[in-house]
Every structure is written in C-alpha cells, then in structure tokens.
Ligand binder design. Structure first.
Ligand code: CTP
Length: 404
C-alpha cells in the first residue's frame, strides 16, 4: 500500500525518463504524494512541466528557484518516506557510490535516511562495464539502498541489461516492500537500534606485529544476526575477523585497535537502544608503535604496555535512561563475584559471564556456556550450546528486559 506515502522521485538523464512520467501517474493513483527532483540533464529528455502537472507539485532541479528561493535538500530528504531514483543513469549511480554531490538530487540523496530505491537505466555496454558493476556493488552495500533488479523480487530480466524496470513493476515492488516492512513491525525488537561489538582488537607493536587474542567474532556476529531477525536495526563494530557471510542488513564498522573500537562505539552509542559488548578488547597496548620493524635484539625485547580505554566503562558513564547496556565477562576464577563486580563498576544492566573452566566455552570455538547476571544479582544459567543458540538466549533475555 502506497496510500499516504511521501515519495521523492529522482529523475536523471536517460531516455527512460519518459517512463518516469507513467511512474509518477501510477504513484499518485496509488495514493502517494510525489515530489520530483530532476538532474539538469534529465531536462533534455522530458520537460519538467510533464512531471509537475502529473505530481501536482513544482519540480525541483537546482539549488535555487528562478525567483531566488532556496530549494532546501535537507528539508526534501526529511519530508520523504522513501526515495525512488528512476531512471538512475550510470553517471548518477557513480556519483551516488562515491558521495559526489554536484546537483540537488545528489545532495538530497546524501541527506536522506529513508530507504532509497534505484532503477538503473542505461545501454547494455554501460551497464555491463566493470566500473558500473563496481559502483552498483558498492551501492548495494549501503544500508538504505535497494536495487530491485538485484533483489530477487523483480527478475533481472525485467531490467534487461540496464533497461529500466516497467513502472507497473516498480509500483508492485514498492508496495510489496512496504507490506513486508509492516509485518516486520510486529517483531519483538522492531524499531529498536542495537550496537554490538565483536572480535579481538590488535594493538600494533611495529608495522608487522601486534598483540591480539583468540577471539573469532562468532559470538558477537551471532548476536547481531539474531537481533536483526527479531526486527532490530543493528550496527556491528568488529575487530579483525575472518567471517565474510554476515547478514547484509547489518551495518558493519571494521576497526583494528581498542582505540579505534572506542571511537566507533562512542559515536554509535548515542543512537543505540541496546548495546552488547561482546568484543574481546585488548586491555593493554604497547606504549609506542615502532616505525620500523623491530630487529632481533641480542638481549631480548621488553615491551612497555599501557592501558587501552575501557570502552564499556565509558559507555556506562554516558548511558541515559532507556538505554540497555550489556557487557561480557571472561573469568578464570571467582567467576560470579568478579562478573557481578564488573556489572556494578561499569554501570551495566546485565553481564554475560563465560568461564574458562567450562569445556567448549569462550573465545574461538563454535559453542559457549553462559550465565546472565542482572543488576539485582539474579542469575540465569544456560547449558553449553552453539553460539547461534546462545545468541537466541541473550536476545530473548534482552526482549524480556524491554517488556518490563
Ligand atoms: N571491555 C571494554 N574495553 C576494554 C576491555 C574490556 O569495553 N578495554 C569490555 C568487554 O567487551 C567486555 C567487558 O568489558 O564486555 C569485560 O571484559 P573483560 O576482559 O572480561 O574484563 P575487563 O574489564 O577487561 O577486566 P579484567 O580483564 O581485569 O578481568
């Protein structure tokens, strides 16, 4: 259902601009409110008057209007529930992929946080050129971009090799996506934003060596993927890991050192309703990173180490009402007591304890055995399970906390 939806339709310089006129008409017929932004070269194909007549709104082309008023791209972007760029030319796709913004349409695209759908339109050679392919790949990795042809819902045949999708199919596609979103809303964590950390951090000794740990990132990734299946939108800040097939709905931020993880987490934390710090952050780093590779010294080598920032402690200090902050604790002795102390010290809502005494638990492997401890010292013990199953227990626990 597109009834009542506010849709920004971007039209770029392609002969398929004529199909965009039909698209405007069908969107309006479906009950949507449509505002059209054209790139300057789109005007060579179809006159703006066609779209303003069909959409019953002025068409936006330049940053200023002939009578000197400013077309505010941020306002346009905020107004929209979705943005559809159809036809999307090779030129506009390339600019979108790299963040260029030399016209009103691109500036609005860069300001938009709503979903952006693009319907590529160009000749076969341009579409199959490696540069265009690389740009489309890049766009696909951006969280709010959907390229229907690649999405399985519209067979790529409909696009031919770059031929723009038929307006009827675009309408069909958009309505389906919208329905899907409505269903998503019924999930326990829909509308919630989550921040998860995973993996180790590497602290450089010199250009070729580092101090690290055995964490694989599996636990954090399993949690992030589970949060997505429960409806949350998830950002995963991860250290160096070797897992590649992570759910593409997750926004990935790759870092190397504890300091970099700290900076990324502090930035993302303000937006997060739920934060789970499962990364195995290095507690120490060499005081300096040698510029050149350290040579084998006769007398051996002594490294002076200093503390890395304790990310979780800092987030605990910044935590506001309504934010849920969950840490991990890896303990070798006095497990419960140490974990409970960490929970208090770091101002957490709960802590997930794994003990090195439990066979099959902890970093690296596919399984884990956890205990969740909350602020009232209530403990829940779980069996040894696959990390994907442990993630379900943790996410169920989170959902139950949010219900309270
Ligand atoms: N953590 C962090 N920043 C650090 C070290 C740890 O944010 N520099 C987080 C981890 O992601 C984990 C929690 O703190 O969620 C506990 O990590 P753990 O290594 O068990 O505890 P530490 O606080 O480092 O204390 P210790 O090593 O002395 O047990």
């Amino acid at each position: 259902m597109l009834q009542g939806k506010k849709i920004l339709l971007g039209i770029t310089g392609s002969i398929a601009a004529y199909k965009a006129a039909v698209l405007v008409r069908l969107l309006v017929k479906a009950g949507a409110e449509v505002k059209v932004i054209m790139t300057p070269s789109a005007k060579d194909f179809v006159a703006p008057l066609t779209y303003s007549t069909l959409s019953k709104h002025p068409v936006y082309i330049d940053f200023s209007t002939p009578d000197g008023k400013w077309n505010n791209h941020v306002e346009l972007a905020n107004w929209a529930d979705m943005m559809v760029i159809a036809p999307a030319s090779a030129n506009t796709i390339a600019k979108m992929a790299t963040g260029l913004c030399d016209n009103l349409l691109l500036a609005t695209y860069l300001s938009a946080s709503c979903p952006v759908y693009i319907a590529p339109a160009m000749d076969r050679e341009m579409y199959t050129h490696l540069s265009t392919k690389a740009n489309l790949e890049r766009l696909k990795s951006y969280k709010n971009i959907v390229i229907p042809a690649e999405d399985g819902e519209l067979a790529s045949g409909l696009f031919g090799e770059g031929r723009m999708a038929e307006p009827e199919h675009i309408i069909d596609f958009l309505s389906k996506r919208d329905n899907q979103k409505k269903n998503d809303k019924k999930l326990p964590l829909s509308g919630k934003k989550a921040l998860v950390t995973a993996g180790p951090t590497y602290e450089a000794i010199d250009p070729v060596r580092f101090i690290g740990n055995f964490s694989s990132g599996k636990m954090g990734i399993a949690i992030a993927e589970r949060l997505v299946s429960e409806g949350a939108s998830v950002t995963l800040v991860h250290g160096p890991i070797h897992i590649t097939n992570i759910n593409p709905a997750i926004k990935l931020i790759g870092v190397t050192s504890a300091q970099e993880m700290h900076d990324a987490c502090v930035k993302e934390f303000t937006k997060a309703d739920i934060t789970i710090m499962s990364a195995a952050v290095a507690d120490f780093r060499p005081i300096t990173k040698a510029i050149e590779k350290i040579k084998k010294a006769d007398a051996g080598l002594t490294l002076k180490l200093v503390h890395t920032p304790d990310i979780l402690t800092e987030l605990g200090k910044k935590k506001k009402a309504g934010q849920l902050l969950i840490g991990f604790a890896l303990e070798t002795n006095n497990e419960q007591k140490n974990a409970a102390e960490k929970l208090k010290k770091k101002n957490l809502d709960a802590i997930v304890l794994n003990s090195t005494h439990n066979k099959g638990a902890g970093p690296g492997g596919d399984t884990n055995k956890i205990t969740i401890i909350d602020r009232n010292n209530k403990t829940i013990n779980f069996e040894l399970k696959l990390k994907t199953e442990v993630a379900k227990d943790i996410v169920n626990y989170i959902a139950s906390c949010l219900k309270k």
